[in-house]
Design a protein around this ligand. Structure first.
Ligand SMILES: C[S@@+](CC[C@H](N)C(=O)[O-])C[C@H]1O[C@@H](n2cnc3c(N)ncnc32)[C@H](O)[C@@H]1O
Length: 320
């Protein structure tokens, strides 16, 4: 893996977590990160050291967080893997600790600067802009970056609809920037937050669940074909200690609880929104079983294997 990231006056050593499993052609930053760093350094020096907070969304592996660690941004991500990458990169480069939070935690008020890496899921961007509307003001500078193909009309329309007038830079090295000016009139419009979405899910045994999905969660409106197939063939008993690995909204574990009300289920996902959705779905559909369930944000089984007392599971449910 190429780990030396040099831009203008700084060199950082950056990995993608877990470093030992990455292909040597990969690196932990992209040209959108470079454009964002150059733009902020050259055009926005007055924001350095601001009394008002910086917020940084969806930093893939912590390249932006490391470059701006001295500014103490609030670093917001839905990904446990991104968080593990960022922590390791901060430590390697002997940088100060930074406040990290998931996308459901409240944002700090009146940010001076908001830096956004445009996420793959439009719904995640929508939910983040809906949260940002509550804290941004006309003084907030918002700059986003992404690969050219990700800067679609739908992305720009979301910024316009939820925050205010939006422009883009010219493309450079296959990436471009988005500049959005918060408009008090747009910010004051009443706009309903559609997340979490809720849909009825009929299980093979005839029980219908109400399944809630936070914005960044797979299968937001219906059951995916792989999950449906697995549900139809699932065999579980009340004695099982189950692992729903990559649980998303938790539909596999929920089906297990419906079939075997005494089974224990551990829901694992690297997405915090997935874990929050699975928890909500157990609370809403199987309130009496909540205490026999665990909800763990983890890269695969890592967090579980790192525990002193390693759990032993009878079955692993997974639709990767
Ligand atoms: C195809 S979805 C399946 C979700 C759910 N089981 C279903 O059937 O609807 C795969 C899930 O795996 C999670 N995932 C991907 N890589 C992971 C990793 N390294 N560790 C834990 N979860 C991961 C994703 O966040 C996603 O929620």
């Amino acid at each position: 893996m190429n780990t030396e990231f040099t831009l203008s006056d700084r060199t950082l050593t950056l990995i993608r977590y877990p470093a030992k499993h990455q292909h040597k052609s990969l690196q932990a930053w992209d040209s959108a990160d470079e454009l964002l760093i150059e733009h902020i350094g050259q055009e926005l020096p007055a924001l350095s050291g601001s009394q008002q907070p910086w917020i940084l969304f969806n930093d893939d592996f912590g390249a932006l967080g490391c470059r701006f660690a001295e500014e103490q941004p609030v670093w917001v991500s839905d990904s446990k893997i991104a968080e593990l990458s960022f922590k390791e990169n901060l430590a390697t480069n002997q940088l100060p600790a930074v406040t990290m939070q998931d996308c459901l935690a409240p944002l700090p008020d009146s940010p001076a600067l908001v830096i956004i890496k445009i996420p793959r899921t439009l719904a995640l961007l929508e939910s983040q802009l809906l949260a940002l509307r509550k804290v941004a003001g006309p003084q907030t500078v918002i700059v986003a970056g992404a690969k050219v193909k990700t800067v679609t009309r739908s992305v720009l329309a979301l910024f316009e609809k939820l925050i205010g007038p939006t422009k883009t830079s010219l493309a450079k090295k296959k990436s471009r920037l988005i500049f959005c000016q918060p408009d008090p009139e747009v910010l004051s419009r009443e706009i309903k937050n559609p997340y979490p979405t809720v849909w009825p899910c009929r299980l093979p045994n005839g029980q219908t669940l109400q399944v809630a999905n936070h914005a960044n969660v797979f299968s937001r409106q219906s059951l995916d074909i792989g999950a449906r197939f697995l549900l139809e063939h699932m065999q579980v008993s009340d004695h099982d200690n189950l692992l729903d690995l990559g649980c998303g909204n938790g539909v596999l574990g929920l089906n297990a609880l419906s079939m075997a009300p005494n089974a224990k289920v551990t829901f694992v996902d690297e997405s915090y929104m997935a874990i929050a959705s699975a928890r909500l779905n157990v609370e809403n559909n199987f309130p009496e079983q909540v205490n026999q369930c665990r909800f763990v944000a983890s890269n695969c089984l890592e967090s579980l294997l790192n525990q002193l007392a390693r759990p032993s599971y009878t079955k692993v449910l997974c639709t990767p």
